[in-house]
Design a binder for this molecule. Structure first.
Ligand code: KG4
Ligand code: ZN
Length: 352
């Protein structure tokens, strides 16, 4: 079966083709992406209306690209999958509308996919795919969650952020440092040469005993630290030396990563599981990967990541999640083309 996946929940238009054969793991045939980051940078963040309009411009050319790359035609597609939520309503409507129109025109069924389920299952596309059950650390721009995953659709939330997500903590701290949106990758790059002990920043809820996170206070601490330094140095943050910027970045990154690593360890201990899956944009962070690898190696835990290119939003994970849902019998694709979108949609409301 050939599944076309369309992602348009935020600032990336992603389209991909995945093939399933029997009950074997689905295979990625082709994948194309357009990132709107440059367009939104001028505004310091995502402008929803511009995002929707750009998705409209990109989605069909990207669909043609994946068909060309894989040597397939529209008629070869068996199911059209799309991101139904969560995300920006207008952006979601573009992908959903195009997917349902395409399905109706081709006479093929469609399937709405949960964006976070896409992230969660994206490591199954890697060269080292996991096996169920596992603990998942889902760290995206909008969500930070620890989950027990027993199979497709069997998700139990063990803990989550009570305020900002880890990605937001990266992005907001980076913005305070004058870095362009989205600041996470830029802050991580700067941190490489920095001293992570240079500034003492809080590790919120580190010892709370539960598996929840809170990153809003960290952003405030970074702001206070930068204000202090502006006074000390007598220059605005834009004129800080590269060494000072690297130290702020390294200290901030260490505070976020420490909490993520400690809580993931606790989740593994509490569940007794020996497998950890990391997914979402922050999963691309090298410091997080190094620390998790070290802790997991010490405790005999196997850890799995998506391929680096599939950590952030993409169409492959949407096609993959649809394929795995269909294979597991969790869901059937349908020919009711009266689509709706779910801008807010808790992952654990998906039924097993
Ligand atoms: O999963 P994703 O693409 O989008 C959402 O579904 O939210 O995640 C985007 C987030 C952004 O906050 C971005 O700054 C962060 O992932 N991110 C990183 C890195 N690469 C992306 N954060 C830290 N280090 C990175 N290398
Ligand atoms: Zn995402």
């Amino acid at each position: 079966m050939i599944i076309l996946g369309i992602e348009s929940s935020c600032d990336e238009t992603g389209v991909a083709l995945v093939k399933t054969e029997g009950s074997g793991l689905p295979v990625l045939l082709a994948d194309a992406l357009h990132s709107q980051i440059e367009m939104h940078q001028a505004f310091g963040g995502v402008v929803p209306e511009l995002a929707s309009r750009d998705h409209i411009r990109r989605v069909l050319p990207l669909t043609k690209q994946v068909l060309d790359k894989s040597g397939l035609n529209l008629g070869d597609i068996d199911v059209v999958a799309y991101t139904k939520g969560p995300g920006l309503a207008g952006a979601l409507l573009v992908g959903s509308g195009v997917a349902c129109a395409l399905g109706a025109a081709l006479g093929k069924p469609v399937l709405g996919v949960h964006h976070l389920e896409g992230h969660l299952l994206s490591p199954f596309l890697s060269a080292d795919p996991p096996e169920f059950p596992f603990v998942a650390l889902l760290v995206s721009g909008g969500h930070t969650q620890l989950m027990r995953v027993d199979g497709v659709g069997k998700y139990e939330i063990l803990g989550e952020s009570v305020d900002d997500a880890a990605g937001e903590a990266f992005d907001k701290s980076a913005k305070l440092m004058g870095l362009p949106y989205p600041g996470g990758p830029g802050l991580a790059k700067l941190a490489v040469g920095g001293n992570e002990k240079a500034f003492k920043l809080p590790r919120p809820l580190l010892h709370s005993g539960d598996l929840n996170f809170s990153f809003a206070g960290l952003k405030t601490a970074v702001l206070v630290q930068i204000k202090k330094l502006v006074e000390q140095e007598g220059v605005p943050v834009e004129q800080f030396s590269p060494a000072l910027m690297a130290d702020i970045a390294a200290s901030t990154q260490a505070a976020i990563v420490d909490v993520l690593v400690r809580k993931s360890g606790t989740a593994l201990l509490q569940t007794g599981l020996k497998r950890l899956v990391v997914a979402g944009g922050v999963g691309a962070n090298q410091r997080l990967r190094q620390q998790l690898n070290a802790v997991c190696a010490l405790n005999g835990v196997r850890v799995h990541y998506p391929e680096l290119a599939l950590c952030t939003d993409n169409g492959a994970m949407i096609a993959m999640a649809a394929a795995m849902r269909l294979q597991s019998g969790q869901q059937t694709a349908n020919t009711d083309y009266a689509f709706d979108v779910k801008p807010r949609w808790p992952l654990d409301s998906l039924t097993a």
